[in-house]
Design a protein around this ligand. Structure first.
Ligand SMILES: C[S@@+](CC[C@H](N)C(=O)[O-])C[C@H]1O[C@@H](n2cnc3c(N)ncnc32)[C@H](O)[C@@H]1O
Length: 199
């Protein structure tokens, strides 16, 4: 069992809108010095900007560097922990986003969920029992209906993969995005970070 040695309490709600600050808190709470971590959606590596990488061994890959998280070449149970932060919303062809959100261009909510299912299945395979899978996600509206993505991901992780939902962090987006059209639901100004334990 992990023993938490933190001086300041770590809260579930992260208010400063910064992914790297949230990941730093999760690492302080759940990771141990020397741990080997697979970040399979490394992107620009923003997640790790506040983590002391002398103490943690982060192997970052991304589809942009030729590694698709749906088919990883790693051996079973080869990492202490793993991290996935896929494109979590559908887009069409918004300038500047196509590059980052490449695999979800012209997709449906079901496609987004399938991306998570395939990725989480691979992360369960490569992560050691007792290790954690960090999974960033956000709910979305599709066809004028709420899609509670974080619940759908949770249900898949628990019921299909047998993971334990150890924690759930909420990150508040301080930029307060404005509705782009006539508002029919509350605009989402938060995202989630699941911490699933492999058992
Ligand atoms: C929200 S960004 C991740 C940002 C990253 N956490 C950071 O700190 O910079 C989503 C990333 O997922 C990558 N991606 C999308 N589909 C992928 C796939 N099938 N396999 C691997 N990476 C993928 C994109 O290229 C993009 O870099």
């Amino acid at each position: 069992m992990q023993v938490c040695e933190v001086l300041e309490p770590i809260y579930t709600v992260h208010l400063d809108g910064d992914n790297s600050g949230l990941i730093k808190k999760v690492v302080d709470l759940y990771f141990r010095e020397g741990d080997l971590i697979a970040d399979v959606t490394y992107g620009k590596g923003v997640f790790w900007k506040q983590v002391d990488l002398e103490k943690f061994n982060v192997i970052g890959t991304d589809i942009k560097t030729g590694v698709d998280f749906r088919n990883l070449a790693y051996q079973d149970k080869s990492f202490n922990h793993s991290v996935i932060d896929p494109p979590y919303a559908r887009i069409t062809n918004l300038q500047g986003m196509v590059d980052c959100y490449n695999t979800t261009r012209y997709t449906t909510h079901e496609d987004i969920l399938q991306l998570y299912r395939d990725g989480l299945s691979e992360l369960k395979r490569i992560t050691k029992p007792g290790g954690f899978i960090l999974c960033k996600c956000q709910d979305e509206i599709h066809g004028c209906r709420q899609k509670w993505t974080h619940i759908e991901i949770h249900d898949f992780a628990i019921q299909e993969l047998g993971l334990y939902s150890k924690d759930l962090f909420i990150q508040v987006n301080n930029k307060n995005p404005k509705p782009l059209y006539k508002q029919q639901h509350a605009r989402k100004n938060h995202s989630y970070l699941w911490v699933f334990e492999v058992i």
